[in-house]
Design a protein. Structure first.
Length: 112
């Protein structure tokens, strides 16, 4: 999870630079939703643990982004993750719920 978060933040930084190029920069931190409490805890503690030693230092820049207030990590329960719409196979009910949450409506049938 922590490594995936770091990869996502790399993409986020690239997008923020792109926005700045289009004069759409923002000074407020970007909210990043995370569903893993351990991952959030790793960001909040002052030092690593033996169990997190395997996480390479190149991924610890996420902690720096939080400290610099470039990003704000927000807990979001797994069942509420909007990104699941694009990243996981979902049953029809869950698909419709998440689709509605992001404002996409089903196209009307051509017969109507």
């Amino acid at each position: 999870e922590y490594i995936s978060l770091a990869e996502g933040c790399r993409e986020l930084l690239w997008l923020k630079k792109l926005m700045r190029d289009f004069d759409e920069a923002t000074n407020s931190p970007t909210r990043v939703f995370e569903d893993n409490q351990s991952c959030i805890g790793l960001l909040k503690q002052n030092s690593g643990t033996k169990r997190s030693k395997h996480v390479d230092t190149k991924y610890h820049f996420v902690k720096q982004l939080v400290e610099e207030k470039q990003i704000d990590i927000v807990f979001c329960p797994s069942e509420c993750m909007l990104a699941d719409l694009l990243t996981k196979p979902l049953n029809r009910v869950k698909l419709e719920i998440l689709r509605n949450e992001i404002g996409i409506r089903a196209a009307p049938d051509e017969e109507e």
